[in-house]
Design a protein around this ligand. Structure first.
Ligand code: ADP
Ligand code: MG
Length: 792
């Protein structure tokens, strides 16, 4: 027998990692784990506890306290108390703390890896080589952001107290993703690990304590979803960051609506893994193993939908089945094991049920005939073929080691299949052809794209989703900005004219008057200013109009838009609008042209402003001039809001591009009806979004006058749609519309808008009139990180 043949036939023997040290640590800590609040170990006052279990063996590793409102209050108070001093430290001092934590993780990396594997069931190879090294990397990297904050992100403030809720799939890594940037930015923290995996978080608290982190800066509370809800609802928390299921994300969106709390959500996914016929097949197969069998597929960005080009599908599946048959499932502490245990019996049942559904719906399920452990929560690697785009297993996140597969013929078909889910977390593209790879990478709607690789993560690359995969980014510059905000504006700056009926003058000099139901029967609605939908002036669907009142009485009528008008406008904004596909230079030209054409109608607009709002001529001129300047300003930005190239731990170009969000709903306030309106819609247009805008309710006519300018300025049909009427009629259908990707609210209606936005998890922005250009650009775009590894 030759060496080659011997090598091929050699089996893996067991190579177990020792759990002795981890067990000793648990014994030393005692069976009943406390929580870490204000620098002390606290047991829950009510005494409620639950077991934490090793999912591979069923062994109870200890008990965990269930925090109720008493412990949450304590933790929030401690964080609040500690926050000013933590923020007041120099960046360098915070950097020293973060660096010390990173070093402590490195010094204790093996015991943390073993503990993680015992509590979670994932292979030691992963905790040892991926989870824990990335945790250390995260803290050391963020020590750097703390150090450089004044230089890199000037004029920003921390949110204050952050409430953070994390899942069980990467327990310590998710903690690091949340804790490191929050601390670097000067926030203090109340964080809750998932109920099934609290042990490494508690061990981490002990490391921070020993490393001298000041009391109250980091508080770790334990408990299940009820504890999570208490954090979300706590009045004295300024920002919530959540990673977990889309269902819980939706609950959190509703619970925080209108509270003014910052919110970032990293939710589920059903990420495509696209293999073109010119891909390096062996690499793609290994990539697939990482994409869907890494962490037993319990990964939010798992490449769970394989899309293979039809021409190579059969041989590819054959090779894949061969590879699946070589996967080893078993004791996660065994260093030679590829797949460990599923987190718990519930999750196992969910996976089994979804597989049954897949078979019932006509899918073909294939599992290799490999040795499986007799006890513990294990599930074999699984492949589904013969599924259709609408199959449950193709649409729903399974969160287990189950791959579904479909074929495609052309790149265009691959893209439309890839985008055919409600999610948009990640995607992986395999092709040796750089044109195909990059074009497809640009067209997939997801926050992270891996070209010829998969599941790469780094502290300096943003991670986070499009669509129902959530909003906000974690990692690097993008992640840091989620933990900072512009200094708060004062109350008086935010005052707007809200009353419709009193004929008063507000602080800015606008007569506070509004719209009324017409008091006389109109002979027709011909004199009514129309709405602007798909580039065409449209009468309101309901045939109703409103009387616009100026300081000296009735001025004109505007259409009273309804649900149907909103739907038509959204339709026009998605439709075949050319705007998003135009390049920045082309968009700039159109926006300049709008400014130029607006300027040409100077007198008419100023007159309208005076008549409508009661402003003095001079004030109206100022507002008009500002409006013209705004068009020029956003034309200027249209080709200048560059992305970045991130430096990461891989030999790769990680390119962060700023992409438009899609269709954005805008609700203007009554203050500065022209300039305020332009300041909302123009940045969105500059970044390539299409817009459905509801102008000032009280003074809508300058916005409707604007469409005569738009019509002569080469703005493609559907790019900007204007619906007049009552906010009370229009906000709900706009914010609830699933084809609207984000909503900006400058009026007082943020609570309603945020509540209604939970349906498709659209981004919302409480559009601050004083927001800087950069903030507006950030709110107008979403970042896609494209990983392009290279090595010869
Ligand atoms: P998974 O299905 O992956 O367990 P979940 O979204 O249920 O994801 O859990 C993620 C985290 O959210 C866990 O820490 C869990 O305790 C917490 N959680 C569950 N329900 C709620 C809730 N209603 N409010 C806040 N946090 C919750
Ligand atoms: Mg456990």
């Amino acid at each position: 027998m030759g060496v080659r043949e011997l090598m091929d036939r050699l089996d893996w023997g067991p190579a177990p990692e020792s759990d002795e040290l981890a067990k000793a640590l648990l014994a030393e800590r005692g069976r009943d784990n406390g929580m870490y609040i204000d620098g002390r170990w606290v047991q829950p006052r009510r005494g409620e506890r639950f077991d934490t279990v090793n999912p591979a063996t069923g062994e109870v590793l200890g008990t965990i306290g269930q925090a109720d409102s008493h412990e949450i209050d304590l933790a929030v108070a401690a964080a609040r108390h500690a926050q000013p001093a933590w923020e007041a430290l120099s960046g360098h001092d915070r950097a020293r703390h973060l660096y010390a934590i990173g070093r402590a993780v490195q010094r204790n990396s093996r015991i943390l890896a073993v503990l993680e594997t015992m509590d979670n069931g994932k292979p030691i190879r992963e905790t040892r080589d991926i989870d824990i090294p990335l945790v250390a990397r995260h803290f050391i990297h963020h020590a750097g952001w703390a150090q450089l904050l004044d230089e890199t992100m000037p004029n920003q403030k921390p949110w204050g107290v952050c409430g953070q809720i994390i899942p069980w799939n990467f327990p310590l890594l998710m903690l690091a993703w949340k804790v490191a940037p929050a601390l670097a930015a000067g926030n203090t923290i109340v964080i809750k690990p998932a109920e099934s995996t609290s042990l490494t978080a508690l061990a981490f608290a002990a490391l921070c304590h020993d490393a001298g982190l000041p009391r109250g800066v980091l508080n770790i509370v334990t408990g299940d979803g009820k504890t999570g809800a208490l954090i979300v609802e706590h009045d004295d928390i300024d920002k919530i960051a959540f990673t977990g299921s889309t269902a819980v994300g939706r609950v959190i969106r509703k619970a925080t609506a209108g509270s003014g709390k910052g919110l970032t959500l990293e939710l589920g996914g059903k990420s495509p893994f696209i293999v073109f016929e010119d891909a390096d097949v062996e690499s793609a197969i290994e990539g697939l193993v990482d994409a869907i069998w890494f962490n037993q597929g319990q990964v939010c960005c798992a490449g769970s939908r394989l899309l293979v080009q039809e021409s190579i599908a059969e041989p590819f599946y054959e090779r894949l089945r061969e590879r699946m048959a070589a996967l080893r499932v078993g004791n996660p502490l065994d260093k030679a094991v590829d797949m460990g245990a599923i987190i718990d019996a519930n999750q196992l049942t969910t996976i089994e049920k979804l597989c049954e559904t897949g078979v019932e719906e006509g899918g073909t399920l294939w599992q290799p005939n490999i040795e499986m452990p007799e006890t513990g929560n294990f599930f074999p690697p699984t492949l589904f073929t013969d599924v259709s785009p609408a199959s449950t297993v193709v649409q729903e996140e399974i969160f287990g080691p189950v791959l579904v597969s479909m074929t495609f013929r052309s790149p265009g078909e691959a893209v439309s299949l890839a985008n055919n889910t409600k999610f948009g977390l990640a995607g992986s593209v395999w092709s040796q052809d750089i044109d195909t790879a990059l074009e497809v990478a640009r067209r997939i709607k997801a926050g992270v794209i891996w070209v010829n690789c998969t599941n790469r993560f780094d502290a300096n690359a943003g991670f986070g989703g499009y669509r129902e995969s959530g909003f906000g980014r974690e990692g690097g510059h993008e992640g840091m900005s989620a933990y900072l905000r512009p200094p708060r504006t004062t109350e008086s700056e935010l005052t707007e004219s809200k009353e419709n009926d009193a004929n008063e003058i507000d602080e800015e000099g606008y007569a506070v008057i509004g719209v009324r139901e017409p008091t006389t029967v109109l002979t027709g609605i011909d004199r009514t200013a129309k709405m602007f939908i798909g580039g065409v002036q449209k009468r309101p669907d309901g045939g109703n109009s409103l009387t616009v009142m100026g300081p000296s009485g009735r001025i004109d009528e505007v259409g009273r838009g309804n649900r149907k008008d909103i739907r038509n406008a959204v339709e026009a904004a998605i439709g075949r609008c050319k705007w998003p596909n135009m390049n920045g230079h082309q968009r700039a030209q159109v926006l300049y042209y709008i400014g130029e054409n607006l300027e040409a109608r100077r007198n008419e607009f100023i007159h309208r402003l005076v008549k409508m709002t009661g402003l003095s001529d001079a004030s109206a001129e100022t507002e008009f001039d500002d409006s013209v300047e705004q068009w020029f300003r956003w034309a200027a930005w249209a080709d200048k809001y560059d992305g970045r190239v991130h430096e990461t731990n891989s030999r790769a170009l990680v390119i962060a591009v700023n992409e438009p969000i899609g269709v954005v709903g805008v609700i203007a306030s009554d203050s500065r009806p022209l300039a305020g309106f332009v300041r909302l819609v123009a940045p969105l247009l500059a970044m390539g979004n299409t817009v459905v805008a509801i102008p000032s309710e009280a003074h809508p006519l300058v916005a409707t006058d604007l469409y005569q300018v738009l019509e002569t300025s080469d703005l493609p049909n559907g790019a900007l749609n204007i619906i007049t009427g009552l906010r009370a009629d229009l906000i709900e259908p706009l914010a609830a519309h699933d084809a609207v990707d984000a909503i900006w609210v400058a009026s007082d209606d943020i609570t309603l808008a945020q509540t209604m936005s939970a349906g498709n998890m659209k981004r919302t922005w409480d559009a601050n009139p004083d927001a800087s250009d950069i903030e507006r650009l950030r709110q107008s775009s979403q970042v896609k990180n494209i990983w392009l590894p290279h090595a010869i």
